[in-house]
Design a protein around this ligand. Structure first.
Ligand code: 5GP
Ligand code: ZN
Length: 112
């Protein structure tokens, strides 16, 4: 999608600190980290949010979770949180599906 920030990051039109890339997904460090480790994993194909996941694209989401588990293992992350915000009230500010991966500090539950 031409006016999407994360599509531009995936295309390399906007620089990012890349963590991982394959044919399906791209991972990069969050520009405003909320924990010592905070990266985002996004599908390369534009999907607006979890609310647009269906039978046509759910394999992409399954793959992303495999990648998250692999990266967490490689980085020695024993405890971490995976978050996806859906809609403005929940805190979504970029409308390209992304999974926050946060680790390295104590976290509270429920979230604020
Ligand atoms: P959301 O608020 O939609 O759940 O998450 C969007 C995330 O994207 C935020 O944590 C924000 O810091 C991050 N973000 C926004 N703009 C940029 C950018 O230009 N580069 C990177 N690396 N992260 C960004
Ligand atoms: Zn996009």
């Amino acid at each position: 999608m031409s006016d999407c920030l994360f599509c531009k990051i995936i295309a390399g039109e906007i620089p990012s600190s890349k963590v991982y890339e394959d044919d399906v997904c791209f991972a990069f460090n969050d520009i405003a980290p909320q924990a010592p480790t905070h990266f985002l994993v996004v599908p390369k194909a534009h999907i607006g949010s979890v609310s647009e996941v269906d039978g046509s694209n759910s394999a992409v989401v399954a793959h992303i979770f495999e990648v998250i588990a692999k990266l967490a293992g490689e980085q020695g992350m024993e405890s971490y949180r995976v978050v996806s915000n859906i809609g403005e009230q929940a805190g979504q500010s970029v409308f390209h599906l992304h999974f926050h991966v946060l680790s390295g500090r104590d976290m509270t539950w429920p979230p604020g």
